[in-house]
Design a protein around this ligand. Structure first.
Ligand code: 5GP
Ligand code: ZN
Length: 111
């Protein structure tokens, strides 16, 4: 299921370009266009759903292993995994997504 107006559904279809990091039948991971740190990635179910509670369990169970792969690939020892639901909770894109935000060590910057 996809939503015609949804940016992330357009990314899934390839109608909007993205820097893909991982893809399977149910999951896509790509770099955030406005990263909070180097390697800031988004992991989404391909199934369109606005909030966590809208996504079928079988699509959700594949997400965290992908987040884990991205953490390992980034080499980060410190990182945040975030998932926002609803405007008041800072959700801007209404397609479920998990942020993986590596936290650089103090001596490292964005580059
Ligand atoms: P939210 O606040 O909804 O949890 O986060 C949405 C995230 O999606 C933001 O970090 C934003 O930079 C990212 N984003 C919005 N539009 C695009 C886009 O077209 N491409 C990519 N790669 N990321 C996007
Ligand atoms: Zn969508």
């Amino acid at each position: 299921m996809s939503s015609a107006a949804c940016i992330f559904c357009k990314i899934v279809k390839g109608d909007i370009p993205s820097l893909k990091l991982f893809e399977s039948d149910k999951v896509l991971a790509f770099l955030d266009i406005n990263p909070l740190s180097r390697g800031h990635a988004l992991v989404i179910p391909k199934h369109h759903g606005e909030k966590l509670t809208d996504i079928p369990d079988d699509a959700l169970t594949e997400i965290l292993p992908v987040v884990k792969k991205l953490v390992k690939a980034s080499g980060a020892e410190n990182y945040n995994v975030l998932q926002n639901n609803g405007r008041i909770a800072h959700q801007e894109v209404d397609h479920v997504h998990f942020h993986m935000i590596p936290k650089p060590n103090a001596e490292e910057g964005m580059s």
